[in-house]
Design a protein around this ligand. Structure first.
Ligand code: SDX
Length: 430
């Protein structure tokens, strides 16, 4: 059936025509940008379940078919063949880099991995009890204090490119420093002789002044996880970055808002919640059926963490890749983790349970990722930080696209349902 050029809506006996927008993957939208000016009506769509906030060339996902493409490349191919830095370049600049472009991009990232001494000293006074996502989002925003030139609103392409490389680089340094501080260990500075993932692991797990042996299996596992988390179109945190960025605040502030949104347990905080759920099941003897019952109980607020998705009503392709990688990596590392067996049993039981089947609830990216992070030695409360490191190029790409599109400042409407006009009457004070 051909796609109509426009649709007609009848309101109070009048007919109004609105254009139809068809995407490159044949998605369709009614362009209602002139709805209010021509009809006086607005649309109401809490949580934007049916609303496209923008057009975008970056990531395509088909929730019904479980498809995820970055700039047209299937996630399965990038996960199997690309590096995270190549994938970051692809998301941000639209094409896979040539050899020279990759070298230049990599060199910029390597060269900007150190953070200012005064920023390092903030880690000394930051509360050790703080959640690592509080630390990370604060430190990302604080970068704007040290690089005021990056906060200008009329940045040149070169200045934007420099800030992009700097942010992709320094997010690993900030993460590692926060982790080291939580252990009471001396900070390990970036090693510019190492590639992105190896350097990140050394800053996290190396000891100052001591040799650090790079385990290539762990480097490859981290590279895979970062690629799988790199972008996911207009999810909650990316929408926060685009909306906050639309006020033309600086890149660091917009990205910091994305980190804050990601922190929530319904979003990026789910990977931490999944592992805590699996550990609770394990401590309760491993009987996951009682937890399935809780998740199905309408009177119980418990949800099966790592299951369900706003868009995927089929397997999250990232979960499939991570599940396979889980087995491989744990075997390579010689890690016996009872939580993996519980996760697999829980998944199998849920996928056969009418409650989950009828609601099309499948494992999402967070269901297995925590088990690999755990095997890599990442502490549970740092899982969401690892998600943020992976999502950094996606947030940046979406922020850059919003600017390149000349986006107006985001300002949704509302339908007021409060008190109608009434007069103020002073109370008689006793
Ligand atoms: C991420 O958007 C993205 O792209 C995000 C992300 C990305 O890469 O950026 O993919 C990353 O955030 C993945 C999601 C991580 N969150 C979790 O794993 C938390 C557990 N999942 C749920 O909270 C839930 O599935 C959400 C938040 C992910 C999606 O919520 P929706 O779309 O608002 O789902 P819904 O509330 O409309 O659910 C429909 C039904 C409801 O039951 P009924 O009212 O029909 O009886 O399904 C039920 C829900 O109660 N349901 C669940 C469930 N998820 C939905 N019931 C039990 N356990 C669950 N996990």
């Amino acid at each position: 059936m051909s796609t109509p050029e426009q649709v007609t809506i009848e309101i109070e006996g009048n007919q109004y025509e609105f254009p139809v927008v068809t995407g490159s993957e044949d998605e369709k939208a009614i362009d209602i940008s002139k709805l209010r000016s021509s009809t006086g009506y607005v649309t109401l769509d809490p949580a934007f379940v049916n609303t496209a906030s923008c057009t975008s060339d970056i990531t395509f996902l088909d929730g019904e078919k479980g498809i995820l493409h970055y700039r047209g490349y299937p996630i399965e191919e990038l996960a199997a063949k690309a590096s995270f830095i190549e994938t970051s370049y692809l998301l941000i600049y639209g094409e896979l880099p040539t050899s020279d472009q990759l070298t230049t991009f990599t060199d910029k990232i390597t060269a900007s991995s150190s953070i200012p001494e005064q920023l390092k000293s903030l880690f000394d006074t930051y509360p050790a009890s703080a959640h690592p996502m509080a630390n990370l989002s604060s430190m990302i925003c604080t970068l704007s204090a040290f690089y005021p030139e990056a906060s200008a609103t009329d940045l040149s392409a070169e200045q934007i490119d420099a800030s992009i490389a700097q942010l992709i680089s320094q997010v690993t340094t900030l993460t590692a420093y926060s982790y080291k501080k939580s252990l009471g260990q001396t900070l390990v500075d970036p090693d510019q002789k190492l590639d992105y993932c190896a350097n990140f692991l050394k800053m996290m797990f190396g000891l100052a002044g001591e040799n650090f042996e790079i385990d290539q299996d762990i480097v490859e596992a981290l590279n895979l996880l970062l690629i799988l988390h790199a972008d996911h179109e207009q999810n909650c945190s990316t929408s926060a970055v685009r909306l906050v960025g639309s006020s033309r605040t600086n890149l660091f502030a917009a990205i910091s808002s994305g980190a804050l949104a990601l922190w929530g347990p319904l979003h990026g905080g789910a990977n931490q919640a999944v592992l805590e759920m699996l550990e609770t099941i394990n401590e309760a003897g491993g009987d996951y059926n009682q937890f399935l019952a809780k998740a199905k109980d309408p009177d119980d607020s418990f949800r099966l963490m790592g299951f369900g998705h706003r868009v995927y009503k089929n397997f999250d392709p990232r979960a499939k890749i991570i599940k396979v990688a889980c087995d491989k990596i744990l075997a390579k590392l010689g890690v016996e983790n009872p939580l993996l067996a519980i996760a697999k049993g829980l998944e199998e039981a849920a996928l056969q349970d009418e409650y989950f089947v009828s609601r099309k609830l499948y494992p999402n990216v967070d269901f297995y990722s925590g088990i690999i992070y755990h095997a890599l030695g990442i502490p549970t409360d740092m899982f969401t930080v690892m998600f943020a490191v992976g999502r950094m190029p996606g947030w940046i790409a979406q922020w850059k696209e919003m600017l390149d599109q000349g986006s107006k400042i985001g300002r949704p409407r509302q339908i007021y349902t409060g008190a109608v006009p009434r007069s103020y009457e002073s109370i008689e004070l006793r």
